[in-house]
Design a protein around this ligand. Structure first.
Ligand code: 5GP
Length: 190
């Protein structure tokens, strides 16, 4: 079995981690492939099945849990399950790529536990909870209720930051991009 390395970017929702993941994916020399997670929520905006997520029904998701098809999975919000399929990591490794994950803090730390030496786990920190709320509102993709739910969760998530290999504060996007790029490059060249 061919095995590459794993790069985890975890953060509270709205911290800008997706932008940072996209930035790293464009750096061809890093040879990264995006781990498409499975999710039991509905697609949002322009999201595409098989590109942003594998959108599954709640039933399909639970069947795959039973069949032990997940490397890690979690009920991130009530009835909203997210997880990494073992087959997804293998698919990217088979292509000779390192895998990059855009997942929540618990899932990120789970991956680190499963592959402690081959994983670089980076925590992306929003400048503040207040700023996070502003960003989520600007995104205009979620209802007020859902925004409040995500903000409430963010405080607990922030407390897990010290368990990561590195913490990058995203108060200036250009600096954050450069910082994650250097961290990932150094780790992959080790
Ligand atoms: P969203 O609904 O905003 O796309 O994602 C909600 C949360 O689920 C985010 O924090 C996201 O990182 C997390 N998430 C996405 N994919 C996975 C996954 O495969 N596993 C886990 N544990 N969390 C995930």
């Amino acid at each position: 079995m061919k095995e590459g390395k794993l790069i985890v970017l975890s953060a509270p929702s709205g911290s800008g981690k997706t932008t940072l993941v996209r930035y790293l994916l464009h750096k061809e020399e890093l040879n990264l492939g995006f781990s498409i997670s499975a999710a039991s929520r509905d697609p949002r905006g322009a999201e595409i099945h098989g590109k942003d997520y594998y959108f599954l029904s709640l039933r399909e998701f639970k069947d795959k849990i039973k069949a032990e098809e997940f490397l890690e999975w979690e009920e991130v919000y009530r009835d909203n399950f997210y997880g990494t399929l073992k087959s997804e990591v293998q698919r990217l490794w088979n292509q000779g790529k390192h895998v990059i994950f855009d997942i929540d803090v618990v899932g990120g730390l789970d991956i680190k536990k499963i592959y402690p030496d081959r994983t670089l786990a980076i925590f992306i920190k929003p400048p503040s909870i207040e700023e996070l709320k502003i960003r989520l509102k600007k995104r205009k993709t979620e209802s007020e209720d859902k925004i409040n739910m995500r903000v409430a969760k963010a405080s607990t998530e922030m407390a897990t930051a010290p368990q990561f290999d590195a913490i990058v504060t995203n108060d200036n996007l250009e600096n954050a991009k450069e910082e994650v790029y250097q961290l990932v490059k150094k780790f992959l060249l080790r």
